[in-house]
Design a protein around this ligand. Structure first.
Ligand code: ZN
Length: 287
């Protein structure tokens, strides 16, 4: 039987601080000496806690900042842990960095002045955002698929590859229909209805910055006489020509084609660690 974790935690803290004895009923109901750190998994989790998702801690030895729920505004919880009955699966990616990323102006400037040279998300400082968004959308499903791959091998080598297209609009400027894929490869051992697994996870992203206005390529195809051409394209082009001191009425251009599309890519490496139920009907990690 599991006791309310907060009740035990409070009683334990009172014991540590003031020496107040822990009530016998609480002590007897104390489920475990350890717990699994659980976050809300919703992208608002501070990164130091996101790193703890699925990790096991001792009630007697709190990590920096204290047990779950202890830090300011922390919504994390402690799940009772025992080697026999608990399962967890943790995906982590290394070296995402925290530097602030390119602004939308930087993306557009590179289109006009970068000569088509590709950039990586690590270089332009957007790895953290994109990987968090990816895990928010795909993390749980990916855990389920890795777990299924581990169950189908029941010990030994596991490998699982994946790739999909994601609309990342609103996450990072201009990263819209983006291909993200990767692979997991690792080892597992099955014992007493539990599969322990660990291995490496790699991720990649492929995108292209091709059209800063999102209309330029199409606008160039409109012909004189069309509503868009006469009302938007030509007046704008004449205006730009006027500013540049060139006569109006020549070949119409908005200038958007003077830029060079460039590739936006990323590669990341990390790890997978977990302990899952062999029986999928007992498990939270299913495909
Ligand atoms: Zn937290």
């Amino acid at each position: 039987m599991f006791v309310d974790q907060n009740l035990y935690k409070k009683a334990f803290e009172a014991y540590v601080r003031k020496g107040t004895p822990i009530e016998l009923s609480i002590k007897q109901a104390r489920p475990t000496t350890h717990y699994v750190w659980r976050t809300r998994n919703d992208g608002k989790v501070r990164s130091s806690h996101a790193d703890r998702e699925g990790q096991v801690f001792s009630w007697d030895d709190p990590p920096t900042g204290g047990h779950p729920g202890k830090d300011y505004n922390c919504r994390c919880t402690a799940e009772p842990y025992s080697a026999e009955i608990s399962e967890f699966l943790r995906l982590s990616i290394n070296g995402l960095g925290t530097k602030s990323g390119w602004s939308s102006t930087d993306f557009v400037n590179h289109y006009f002045s970068g000569g088509g040279r590709g950039v990586t998300l690590n270089q332009i400082g957007h790895s953290q955002k994109i990987i968090s968004a990816f895990f928010d959308r795909r993390g749980e499903a990916l855990k389920g698929q890795i777990a299924s791959a581990a169950r189908s091998t029941r010990g030994g080598s596991i490998s699982y590859g994946f790739e999909n297209t994601y609309d990342m609009t609103g996450v990072v400027f201009s990263i819209s229909d983006t291909t993200i894929g990767g692979s997991f490869s690792g080892q597992s051992i099955e014992q007493n209805g539990i599969i322990e697994l660990s291995g490496s996870l790699d991720l990649y992203l492929d995108d292209e910055f091709a059209d800063p206005l999102d209309v330029g390529v199409e606008v160039d195809d409109y012909r004189p006489g069309s509503i868009l051409y006469d009302n938007i394209h030509r007046p704008l082009s004449d205006y730009l020509r006027g500013r540049a001191g060139s006569p109006t009425g020549g070949q119409q251009r908005l200038g958007v084609r003077d830029g060079k599309p460039y590739a936006i890519t990323g590669t990341w490496f990390g790890s997978v660690e977990g302990r899952i139920y062999t029986d999928p009907s007992r498990s939270q990690y299913t495909r």
